[in-house]
Ligand binder design. Sequence first.
Ligand code: MOS
Length: 722
Amino acid sequence: MPSRLDAPQKVTGRAKYGLDHNFAGMVYGYVVVSTIAHGEIAAMNITAAASAPGVISVYTPFEPLELRAPASMLGLAVWVPLQDKEVAYYGQPIGFVVAETFEQARDAAMLIEVTYHERPALTSLDDGLATAEEAAPVVSEDPPSLEILAPGVESIEDALAESPVVVDATYRTATQNHAALEPHSAVAVWESGTMTVYSGNQGSHLQAMELAGALGIEPSAVHAVNPFVGGGFGGKGGTSVPAFLAAAASRALGRPVKAALTREQVFTATAGRAATVQRISLGADTDGRLIAVRHDSWCSTAADRSFVEPTSHGTSREWYATPNLAISQKIVPLNVPPTTFMRAPGEAPGSFALESALDELAIALNMDPIELRIRNNSTAPPGKDLQWSSKHLDECFRIGATRFGWANRAPHGRIDGDWQVGLGTATAVFPALRFPATVEVTLQADDAAVVSTAGADPGTGLLTVMALVGAESLDISADKVTPRLGDSALPPGGLSGGSTATASVGTAIMIAASTVIDDLRALASAPGAPFEGLDVSYANGQVLADGQSMTFGELLRAVGRTSLSATGSSAPGEELTKHSFSSFGAQFCEVRVHRWTREIRVSRLLGVFDAGRIINETTARSQLSGGMIWGVSAALHEGIEIEANGRFANGDLAGYLVPVNADIPDIDVHFVEYPDTLHNAVGAKGLGEIGVVGMAAAIANAVHNATGIRVRHIPIVIEDLL
Ligand code: MOS
């Protein structure tokens, strides 16, 4: 079995993504977006567009497609396009042109004239914070503020004032976009009252539910298919605008409709990561033990206030032992595109602030940054009674320090020719979570097995993990197991989000496999069966009794069956009342800053992770190194520049910088492997997101070590080091 089952199809171009599906009579939709940030659409002149060659229909808020806001599967409000004339951000979907060809649809879209009643727009987080007093756009939001104080301490301010060493600084992170390789897109086919949609998503059954709600039809009438997804990262957790529009247009027109966002539209017509401002105050004793932690965060959000980037709650709430803790989380509604889950929402930008502040505290204490972190290691989250089920963060740091040569780090870096070289480190923590999942395991008469669940593999390697856990649970070789995933007709799987899929789906596979084995044993000993009346055991793909054995395929054939299936479900439960659960890691990096040009090169990266059991080292390593590269990207490259009129100045992959191969050195990923069966039967704690956590701070800390310059925002650019 290849170390990644879908790799041959992907690298040879045979993998069929949503948009690769074609049907007779198919037509093409092109999304039209707004060119103001705030106001109301006064009129849309579609006369020229409607009579352009090949055009079949033009949909606008004046001639809308029938769509209603469905109940959210993710706990976020779902916006469906074209249902009103309000414009809340530049690049908002306001129309949909359907034509015989893609080019005709795009050409006609350019002919639409839109007039607006424009209103003043608030488009920058700094402006939003500055005008807070008069316009009061800043709102406290869920999760609510939290304060934990030691007995006798009156306030967090008192705790800080009484701390011998204090660091107080404000950090900023940029607006970011997922920029998944596969743009949000869909092919929708309406036929005899059934809607089939091929569209990349992070959970096919969730997409089917949302589309059913949007179309006002039964969930059983929607079939969502997404065996291959070109990246999700949270940005495909919900159903995309092209999927809603293609589905509604296909129903209206009775023809298959294909629609995709352009790369530029992906930046606005979906949802990205909020910009954040975070003030952190740390108080410590002279031995470096934290006395007080205060973390106040503000994040941008769209006018509909649909998402809070939980930076304070994602980091300071749980990372270090402290007797006094105060965290707050506020949103600043702006006329910008919606924000949503993006790879380690909360922890990614939050760790930049917290872990930069820890580094500043280490310097103030004249203490090694690793020693400081180990001294503040916690056995349970502050203020909670539940101890971590399994935590080996100190071991991650010890191993990492040795592998990385941390002992050679000088307090002010070192010089190598024209380069200033520095080392940095940071902690990474990401909660270990599970979602409900149901899996069907089928034993076949040809001695092969099928493991199926709706879900999705957005590129994480879940498909391969299913084959491996299936094989282990059935005690057969993995090449006998066919995993099926990404089809809403299959039993409802988990969401490929929140780093939960292996723990959720894996546990359900184990339960389903154990049930099907019990059923098989019963079948074998039933009246008239080969092992009638005997106590049948199962091992190695075989039923055994009285010194006789048969493979499960032989047994099924002997009793005249072609297959035997069972389902298994798992969901978070009682374990939540007994322990706290997280994955942990120690991030290391070496940067080189050029003495004259000030360019910043990352020359070495190491992540040591405690993520429980590792099911497939290849795909696990790939998830983590991918996350670490994303951290480099966040630290040195990514950031949306928003013009005053709300337009994204660099909303494409020419202007929105991400690292290329030449920016990334060899990456060392190392695991300390302690299966966590207190969390789930598989023992995996989740590793999709933790790779990005901490990395931006590790880089900023290395830049400080190399140059003596503390940059408190990301991305860090040349101008910051002049
Ligand atoms: Mo997750 S935010 O779906 O990578």
